[in-house]
Write a protein that binds this ligand. Structure first.
Ligand code: SF4
Length: 331
């Protein structure tokens, strides 16, 4: 099991050079992940264009992120295929077996990553004549190095692009580095930066599923809620994902009821800003999936049904059909 506190610190030591304002970015060229990409990597092998599409599933909820919030902010029609420029920092403190990133690209491994300033990253992005209007700071776990977001915002501002780009970042809710390494002025700068939103992922719906998915200690499941609440309190525009893979078990309805209660303790509308993420196979995950994981991929459908039941019980049809970006959620 991962010692999250210690491993986060060790990763951070390699994942950032504060004095040079440099962040360790994963090289996607040559990775297993690259085989799953529908477009070739860009930015000299350290970035990629990702297309997000609104898909209707017969057996799963629709994932409207980040399409609807970005489309609203940029005045696009909501049915567009959203093109985004993705960069991945090369460090994550957890090891979800379903992660579509190669584990060496999460380990601050200097053989498959390199240091860049955010001016250099934004510079590479600007070289592309057909660049998207959306930048996605992904990972890895971007909040191992929360300065990355602040410096990116500063680089965007310096290039006169403030308010013209939709900026999206991911978070696995594993650390409190947002408070530890950013000043209150920097946190305010982040919260008030135009057209920025963050999606944080709840890695399971109870301690067992959380630990099964991440290899982190079960008690850290609870910390995810605290970190999410505090980010919302800072004034960030927040969304959420939740993964539902778990070893099959009894008492599912009670577990799900408690999970949705806890989301609503943060904000009554948080379940409407939470998207269940269907776990699927990717090239890097093939070697990691054993019988238990296979079972959990099947079981996630039962968990998803329990989730839908909770939403149906707690929200009207009108509320459930609101576009996710129109669900009010301010603390
Ligand atoms: S937290 Fe995210 S980046 Fe880290 S291993 Fe899990 S899915 Fe991958």
């Amino acid at each position: 099991m991962i010692d999250t506190e210690l491993y986060s610190m060790r990763l951070r030591e390699k994942a950032i050079i504060p004095s040079e304002r440099k962040i360790l970015i994963a090289r996607l060229a040559g990775s297993e992940q690259e085989k799953d990409l529908t477009t070739s990597v860009n930015c000299r092998g350290y970035g990629r264009i990702r297309h997000f599409r609104l898909k209707q599933h017969t057996d799963w909820s629709q994932d409207p992120l980040p399409i609807l919030p970005a489309a609203k902010a940029l005045n696009y029609t909501p049915d567009i295929v959203l093109r985004t420029q993705v960069f991945q920092n090369a460090a994550c403190n957890w090891r979800c077996w379903y992660c579509f990133v190669d584990f060496d690209r999460l380990s601050a491994d200097l053989r498959v990553s390199d240091y860049f300033t955010t001016d250099e990253l934004i510079g590479m992005y600007l070289e592309d004549q057909n660049r998207p209007d959306v930048i996605d700071l992904s990972g890895g776990q971007p909040d191992i190095v929360p300065e990355w977001l602040v410096w990116t915002m500063e680089s965007i501002k310096k290039n006169g692009l403030e308010g013209k780009i939709y900026l999206w970042s991911d978070d696995n809710l594993s650390t409190r580095y947002f408070w530890q390494y950013l000043t209150s002025e920097q946190r305010k700068f982040v919260a008030s930066f135009p057209k920025y939103a963050r999606v944080a992922c709840f890695k399971g719906y109870d301690e067992t599923s959380f630990s099964f998915n991440t290899l982190a200690q079960p008690k850290l499941f609870n910390q995810q809620f605290e970190v999410y609440r505090d980010l919302l309190k800072e004034g960030l525009d927040m969304y959420a994902y939740a993964t539902f893979t778990a070893p099959p078990h009894a008492g599912l309805l009670d577990s799900m009821e408690e999970f949705v209660d806890r989301l609503q303790e943060i904000h009554p509308n948080l379940p409407l800003r939470t998207v269940p993420l269907k776990v699927e196979a990717f090239t890097p995950t093939k070697r990691r999936v054993k019988a238990k994981q296979e079972e959990s991929i099947v079981f996630q459908h039962e968990v998803h049904t329990a989730w839908i039941e909770q939403l149906n019980k707690r929200f009207s049809e009108y509320e459930r059909n609101l576009p996710i970006c129109d669900v009010p959620m301010v603390l």
